[in-house]
Design a protein around this ligand. Sequence first.
Ligand SMILES: Cc1cc2nc3c(=O)[nH]c(=O)nc-3n(C[C@H](O)[C@H](O)[C@H](O)COP(=O)(O)O)c2cc1C
Length: 182
Amino acid sequence: MKTLVIVAHPDLNASRINRAWIEALRDRPDTDVHSIYDAYPDWKIDVRREQRLLERYDRIIFQYPLYWYSTPPLLKKWFDEVLERGWAFGPGGDKLTGKQIGISFSTVGTADTYLRGGKNLFTIREVAAPMEALARYVHADYLPPFAVHDAMHMTDERLEESKAAYLEHLARAMPSEPAAAG
Ligand SMILES: Cc1cc2nc3c(=O)[nH]c(=O)nc-3n(C[C@H](O)[C@H](O)[C@H](O)COP(=O)(O)O)c2cc1C
């Protein structure tokens, strides 16, 4: 299965986790990385180029640091522009139908803060609900999110573990049922 990992990190030079994950992905067969902040420093997204790129892959993973429970802003712009009616949805908009879509993100919050009733109120699956809704709207199969927490205390050992866990996730993740309502 050919996988495209779309990375959205505003400053990969200052990143620890997302940069390490990109390194880990280099060893994965059939996997390419596309860093949109590097591709579009002026934020002028080449929509046709992005669409043609996506069409070549069976699985698309969006990888980013969690920013205010959401994606960094260039990725939001990318969604707004690339996922066009007639391409991603609506009449003739079937180009992502049947592909797999997944997300991988890092957080500064610890795992226990991403629980119902925890400091961040919601679970990771709930925080990522807009991404799940997006994937299902374009008729893609949604993979369970992969998240690594506690970025402030990321020792070299934990970083290595997170790289291995990420590769394991990509090797094994299967599409999930829609999140239960309520
Ligand atoms: C603008 C901004 C918003 C952030 N929002 C969140 C957040 O909502 N939840 C959280 O756990 N961490 C948040 N963080 C922390 C980042 O997710 C964290 O620094 C990042 O995942 C570390 O990954 P990196 O080493 O690849 O940069 C935020 C950081 C910034 C700069």
